[in-house]
Each structure stands twice: as C-alpha cells, then as structure tokens.
Design a protein. Structure first.
Length: 213
C-alpha cells in the first residue's frame, strides 16, 4: 500500500475485525448518521480493531482501542469549498503480540493538526496532517500522517520513520460506531465489571468468615 494519500493516491485499506461482539443487527448504521452535530461542531467516535504488519508483510501486532474526532462541520457530503476543520482527534491503542498475546502496551495519538482535506468519493474523506504519537519512549510531536473515514471505517496512518516503524507500513484501522452502539458496548463492560466486583467481594467475605485453626 502506498503511504502517500498525501499525494492524492487512492488508499486501499486492510480491515481485520477481531471478533468483538457489538450487536446482532444485520443492518450497518451509515456513518453519516453516526456523526453527532451540535453547537457548531460534529463528533465521530468508534473502536480500533486492527492487525499491524512488519516490513515483510507478516502480521506482528494485534491492536484494539477507541478514538474520537471533533470537527467544525460534518466530514461527509462536503466539497472543496466547505472543508471541515479538525478541532481534535484522540486515539488510545492497546497492542499485543499476535504470536502469543504477550508484550501488552498502550499508545496514544493526539494533537492532530490538519494540512489538507481530500474528498475521494461518496462517504470517503481523507484528512492529511501531523499528530503527536506517545509510545514507551515518550511523545513524538509533528508526526506526519492522515486520517481516512470511509463509510463505517476509520483509518489512521502514522509515518513509520518517525516512530521506529512500530505500527508498520499499513494504517491502523477501526470502525465508526453510532452513539447507541457505543453505549451498548459501555453498558456491557459496566455489567461485566460489576459482576466481577461482586464475585470478588463475595470471595473476600467468604474468606473472612472461615474458621481459623
């Protein structure tokens, strides 16, 4: 894949979904309806679910996380006269080795500064710019890259040379989700945490009431 949407080439993304159960509806929510608009700004959010390759094209990292984009106007259905301006883009990316699930670590992307907006077709917008990428070595500022939003898919490409080629040559992929779908995931996670907390409390109570010898 060319890393130069910066040169207005068409990006052909690779999306690998990792089996996250987020609902049973067979009808996808169009991303144009997932974008919230209020008080002069638009918001898109979603999850990251991606596999990062090494230079040899071999899968190396399994990535998951969440992201959020705020712009001054919708990023879809625009034109060259009414380009959106990014107010913020933030992502948290957890990664583990795809070989054995070890080497868990977290990265963050923030402080996105756009340089250009390209409309590649219906519901397909690319935003070039720079960003701050935080790794185990600390934050690296002014890293070139791009954001792409295509129907229900989000992609972020980070210049490999600026971050030790950690994410590989391909973009990090994710999905655009509606607020209702995000709430569904958060509610499911909250229930699981509550159940785990109840089980731990029950175990502690049981241990404290056991007769001592």
């Amino acid at each position: 894949m060319s890393s130069s949407v910066l040169g207005k080439k068409t990006l052909i993304p690779l999306l690998i979904v990792t089996g996250l159960a987020i609902g049973t509806s067979a009808t996808a929510t169009p991303s144009v309806f997932a974008q919230q608009q209020q008080q002069g700004q638009s918001t898109l959010s979603g999850i990251i679910t991606s596999t990062q390759l090494n230079d040899a094209g071999v899968s190396q990292w399994l990535s998951a996380g969440s992201w959020n984009l705020v712009t001054d106007r919708p990023i879809f259905e625009g034109n060259n006269q009414t380009k959106p301006t990014v107010k913020s883009f933030d992502a948290i990316i957890d990664m583990v080795s795809i070989t054995d699930g070890t080497k868990f670590h977290t990265h963050r992307i923030s402080d996105f500064k756009q340089t250009d907006v390209l409309y590649m077709g219906n519901n397909n917008t690319v935003i070039n710019g720079t960003m701050t990428v935080t790794t185990e070595n600390g934050p690296t500022q002014h890293v070139e890259g791009f954001l792409q939003f295509q129907n229900n898919m989000m992609s972020v490409w980070v210049n490999p040379g600026k971050v030790g080629n950690h994410f590989g040559p391909t973009p990090i992929h994710g999905m655009i989700l509606s607020p209702e779908k995000l709430q569904e995931i958060q509610s499911m996670e909250a229930r699981e945490l509550q159940q785990q907390g109840g089980q731990q409390q029950q175990q502690q109570t049981s241990n404290s009431t056991m007769p001592r010898r």
